[in-house]
Ligand binder design. Structure first.
Ligand code: ATP
Ligand code: MG
Length: 151
């Protein structure tokens, strides 16, 4: 598919390049008529096909599910739930990234880690994602919030 814009009314038209290729023969230009305003104008086929080659088809992305554990009340089990849910999903074979937005960074404590960087450094772009994400393996990791051990 490609888009041809009418030079008069600027209406955008979706056109099927395969159909044009089949019907245009060896000519370098075709005449198009705008379905909206009726204006007839030339379309350079070379430019149209070249534009088609420039845009690669987007690669299919794996499905990502975001689960948010949040409640304004304190001490109700948010951290416990998110850490155990993450661990359970990782054990079930899912790729998991646990992002702790709490400045206490308690998920790191529960997971038994003392990260030197976390969400702050990631958001301020002080460090790269690779430096902020810690994890036990290739399939899962966590990005801690601020934590008490941080210098
Ligand atoms: N399902 C549960 N049953 C019993 N106790 C629990 C349960 N979930 C969490 N707790 C306990 O409740 C306390 C608070 O849990 P947690 O730290 O996960 O809450 P939180 O909502 O993250 O707290 P905060 O608002 O301070 O971040 C902890 O002592 C934890 O062990
Ligand atoms: Mg908590």
């Amino acid at each position: 598919m490609a888009i041809i814009v009418c030079p008069k009314c600027e209406k955008k038209h979706n056109v099927n390049l395969d159909t044009i290729r089949e019907n245009a023969g060896s000519g370098k230009n075709i005449a198009a008529r705008c379905k909206s305003c009726g204006h007839k104008f030339p379309v350079a086929l070379d430019a149209l096909f070249a534009r088609d080659k420039e845009v690669p088809a987007p690669e299919p992305r794996p499905a990502i599910r975001r689960i948010c554990v949040t409640l304004s009340k304190g001490g109700v089990g948010k951290t416990t739930t998110s850490v155990n849910l993450s661990a359970g999903l990782a054990l079930a074979g899912y790729k998991v990234l646990l992002v702790d937005t709490d400045t206490q960074g308690q998920s790191s404590y529960i997971l038994g880690t003392k990260p030197r960087a976390g969400l702050t450094e990631l958001l301020t772009k002080e460090l790269s994602p690779e430096e902020c994400i810690i994890g036990p393996g290739k399939t899962s990791g966590s990005c801690p919030g601020e934590n008490p051990w941080q210098a």
